[in-house]
Design a protein around this ligand. Structure first.
Ligand code: HEC
Length: 123
């Protein structure tokens, strides 16, 4: 009886540790998405790409993320297309330093897992 209690407690400890360990990468990913959202707001991509980045003078970033892969997205933002009016952000740490999270933010918008408007986690 006592033995099985100990075993039960050890199991619960292991289970809660597994849950904790599992929650950490998600929490880190969530924070990086919120950080990406803030950077996109500060860089004011919406000035050209419109409300919720769904297109205005410039095409929809959400639509681009829906149809293009990560590599194309990174090139579009880091290299830009200055003759067509898209700045190159490679030299802008605000954007370049978190380009992967910015891509994941727009990929989330494209697949519907992230809603437009507020920060991904309401912060
Ligand atoms: C000064 C206006 C302007 C700003 C600010 C701007 N863009 Fe753009 N962007 C454009 C234009 C214009 C294009 C289309 C260029 C072309 O025709 O190839 C474009 C294209 C893109 C594309 C490729 C879309 C496609 O369909 O080819 C992506 C992705 C993109 N921008 C992301 C961003 C992000 C992210 C930001 C903010 C960090 C941003 N843009 C800020 C004007 C802007």
């Amino acid at each position: 009886m006592r033995k099985s209690l100990v075993r039960g407690a050890a199991f619960m400890l292991a289970a809660s540790f597994a849950a904790y360990a599992h929650a950490q990468p998600n929490a880190a990913a969530d924070a990086s998405l919120d950080d990406a959202w803030r950077a996109v707001r500060i860089a004011d991509c919406a000035r050209c790409h419109g409300k919720d980045h769904e297109g205005l003078a410039a095409p929809s970033i959400v639509g681009f993320a829906r149809t293009q892969g990560r590599e194309r997205f990174l090139a579009a933002v880091l290299d830009g297309n200055p003759p067509m009016g898209m700045p190159a952000y490679r030299g802008t740490p605000l954007v370049a330093d978190r380009i992967d999270a910015i891509y994941r933010y727009f990929a989330g918008r494209a697949d519907g897992s992230i809603a437009p408007g507020a920060a991904p986690h309401g912060r």
